[in-house]
Every structure is written in C-alpha cells, then in structure tokens.
Design a binder for this molecule. Structure first.
Ligand SMILES: [Zn+2]
Length: 258
C-alpha cells in the first residue's frame, strides 16, 4: 500500500464528499472575472484544487471575524491559481490562513546607512512567512474583482511568495554572482527587475505597482498578480517577463483573458 494510493484515495473521497456547492462556486466566479474568464477545463480543475485546499488548510478569523464559506471559497480559488498546473503539494509547507477584516498595522524597524534605527508603521494587506500562516485582509480580497483592472490581487501576491519560498525561485537573486551562476531563468528575471527599477527612477508609467522595486522577490509577487488578473496588459508591457512567468507557472492566461 503506497502513499500514492492513499493520497489518491483521500483526494477522491474529498472531491466526492466535500465538493464546493454549485451555487457557491458560481457566485465566486461571478465576483472575480479573472477566474470566470479562464477556459472551462481550467475552471473545473481550479474547483477541484480549491476543494482540496479547503480540506487541507485551516482558516481562522482575527479579532472576532467570522470566516464564512463564501470567504473561504473566494480565498481558496484565488490561492490555487498559481498552482493550477503545478499541484497543491507546492503549498504543503503551511496550514494556517488568518483573515483580518482590514489591513493590519505592523510596527517595523529599519536601520539606516549610519546605523540609526527608525521605527514606523507599515499597513499590511497580506503577509506570507516561511512555514507560518498566511495573513490576508478580507477588505482587499473582497475588492479583487474590481482592483484586477489595476493588476492588484493580494491573494495571488501572498501565494506567489509561498510558492517562491517553497521552490526557491528567487533564491540567490541578491547575491553578487558571476555571469551564469544564477541560472538562465533567474538571471532573466533579475534583468527584468533591473529594467523595472531604471523605469522607476525615470518615472515611467507601468502596470506594476512601484512596490515591485523593493526587491526581486517582491517584483516576482507583484508581476504574478498582473500575470493572473491582467495578463494581456502585462504581455503587452513586458513580453519577456510574461514569458518567464508563463514558463514557471506553466499557464498562458492571456490566451483567454483580457
Ligand atoms: Zn510581498
């Protein structure tokens, strides 16, 4: 009796007994056009993955927030987009999802170049930590249907980080390396990041939020948002970056989405 058999059996049982109800799934699609606009076979697979995701992860509300079925399905469906072709095991490294009603203020410290420590509050719509829970602000998740026009999606952003932390996609991006040491994919991503940062200084218009200039891993997560919710716009603005993401996610959302 192999683990493969057990996994398969468990998967079938969850899909048969705990499938997301039709009405709830349809309501979720209607709210998020970047889900509704995917091919029928992709939507069907996404529904299966979201069902398995719901069974495997633990949702909790912070500050008395009650996480309803509709909220959990909305989060699961968007969270599963990046792993649609990669498989749910990419998310095995964490279990908890903590949902806040609104963005959270986090106290941050930053030491400047001369060693002076500055304290400030950062407003977080989401956060992903290594092995820890994923935090999301429901207000941002709920708005994702309309903010997709600005290529913004907090769920995709945080789960792109989870995928990156688990798979080490951007690992080594900040180390000073000889040409070729990074691998072709990461080097190409770093080149796109460097070009984006030059554009930021020139104040070029971009679909990508300036926050993408913070670090390569943020660039990857912000670009993933655009890739999944405004793919054609990203493909037009940064075709090389689009192709890098198409390669890593093994999907081509611009084929069916605006
Ligand atoms: Zn981030």
């Amino acid at each position: 009796m192999s683990l493969g058999w057990w996994r398969q059996w468990r998967r079938k049982r969850i899909l048969a007994t705990r499938a997301i109800p039709d009405a709830l799934w349809q309501a979720t699609l209607e709210q998020y056009p970047f889900l509704a606009g995917r091919r029928a076979d992709e939507r069907a697979r996404l529904r299966e993955l979201a069902t398995l995701f719901l069974a495997a992860k633990e949702f909790s509300g912070a500050g008395g927030l009650v996480v309803t079925d509709a909220m959990a399905v909305a989060i699961s469906a968007q969270a599963c987009l990046p792993v649609l072709e990669l498989g749910l095991q990419r998310y095995d490294g964490f279990v908890g999802i903590v949902v806040h009603a609104d963005p959270v203020l986090a106290r941050r410290e930053h030491a400047d170049d001369i060693g002076v420590v500055h304290e400030y509050d950062e407003e977080l719509s989401g956060e992903a930590m290594h092995g820890g829970p994923v935090m999301l602000a429901w207000s941002d998740v709920a708005d994702a249907g309309t903010t997709s026009a600005e290529a913004y999606n907090v769920v995709v952003h945080e789960f792109a980080h989870v995928l990156d932390m688990h798979g080490g996609l951007t690992e080594g991006a900040h180390e000073h390396r000889r040409d070729g040491a990074r691998g072709a994919w990461l080097q190409a991503l770093v080149d796109e990041y460097d070009a984006f940062c030059v554009g930021l200084i020139r104040r070029d218009e971009s679909l990508l939020d300036p926050y993408a200039g913070e670090a390569v891993e943020e660039f990857f997560a912000v670009a993933a948002e655009a890739f999944f919710v405004a793919p054609r716009a990203l493909q037009i603005e940064r075709p090389k970056l689009y192709n890098l993401l198409r390669e890593v996610f093994r999907q081509d959302p611009a084929l069916t989405l605006a």
